[in-house]
Design a protein around this ligand. Sequence first.
Ligand code: FES
Ligand SMILES: [Fe+2]
Length: 464
Amino acid sequence: MVNNGCMTTLEPRPARSPGVSYQELLDADTHPVPAVLRLESPLYLGDTDIPVERYISREWHEIEKERLWSRVWQFACREEQIPDAGDYIVYDITNQSYIVVRQDDGSIKAYPNACLHRGRRLKDYDGHCSEIRCPFHGFSWALEGHLTDVPAQWDFPHVEERREEDFHLPECQVGTWAGFVFINPDPQCEPLSDFLGGIQEQFEIWKLEDRFIEAHVTKIIGANWKIAQEAFSEAYHVNATHPQILPYLADTNSQVDVWENYSRVITAGLSTSPLLWYDVSEDDMMRGMLDVRVDQDSPIKIPAGQTARAVASASARDRWRSAVGDRVDSMSDSEMMDSIDYTIFPNLHPWGAFNRIVYRFRPNGDDHRSSIMEVFFLSPFSGKRPPNAKRRDLAIDEPFTNATELGMLAKVFQQDVFNMSKVQAGLETTWKPGVTLANYQEVKVRWLHKLLGEFVNKDFTGRR
Ligand code: FES
Ligand SMILES: [Fe+2]
């Protein structure tokens, strides 16, 4: 073990799953593998339990509101959701709300969603406007935030006197990366690019800025936002929660990497779980992935001497060629097949390469026992940018399978969701004070809590 400040690196591969490693799969890739996939950053972050209070207590939720959500860079929307001047979205986080609005010069500003007269929310829905006008008495602001109109102005000489200093809409910090618009309510926060660090370089080849929103689904979950997010932060649960995918998913031999404010777990597709006790043929791997029934022929046969992984990658390249062009010919099987699931602290999961998935998890309003899980499919396109998919909102009792635009993933998500409210219920009743984690496979969960702990303990004295 190498001591690396508060973190300890696991070296070279102690305590790892039996079976083929992700790096060994890359060695067998039929195409050149990009450097980003060759990186390894396994960190040992200790093995102490995570306090249950973090999931169940109102006090902890209040701490997160005050010290995390009001201080951290957070994903508010995609740039393509507000393409034109005057387009805006309402971004709600806990009991706070912000308007994120495109400016005439193409830049983006974000304001607390509150009128400076008597406080009404300025905007209730996403939309387009030429000015920001309060529906209560009609105070109005220009898109760039200065007060433009006060009805019956003769009655407000005191507002006129303080028009610039007190009646300009206050501004959050705003930054963009890869088509994601981030805001930070803390006026003294570090620049977004410093916060994001090396992930910016790691994603350069995947160009998420050149994607469109092909699907957008939100679902209310009956559990704390971290319970929902953590269910998508490890592949360890696959054996019990999604047993049907074990023949073609390398779960416990996923690679898990932790950097500063971002981390990732890479789970190989068309590679069999080390937990399966029987051999799976290349044909059966393909049948499993395509969900072919026992009495049906597989539409894709694996030629002798070839692997299902190589054949499926070739067919994925053909599928993406129309949108991405011949660039697909220089892309690895891994980029075609694998789940390259990054997390940016605290709650954004952009996937690398062509799995197209982006998740966001956040509290459901001011309720710490429910959350909003959000799934975007960010797909490549050629020619004119296609319109954004209409957002579908699923209530707490509506299954993910109602979102047919998510395809086969909807079924998998529903299996994940099935656990979540039961984790919340278990943590409310457990006699055990903490949650226990695997050292390697679940280190993304530990990483989240480590950063969360550091964030809430940061010294913000002297700041707003
Ligand atoms: S509360 Fe907005 S104009 Fe009165
Ligand atoms: Fe899952």
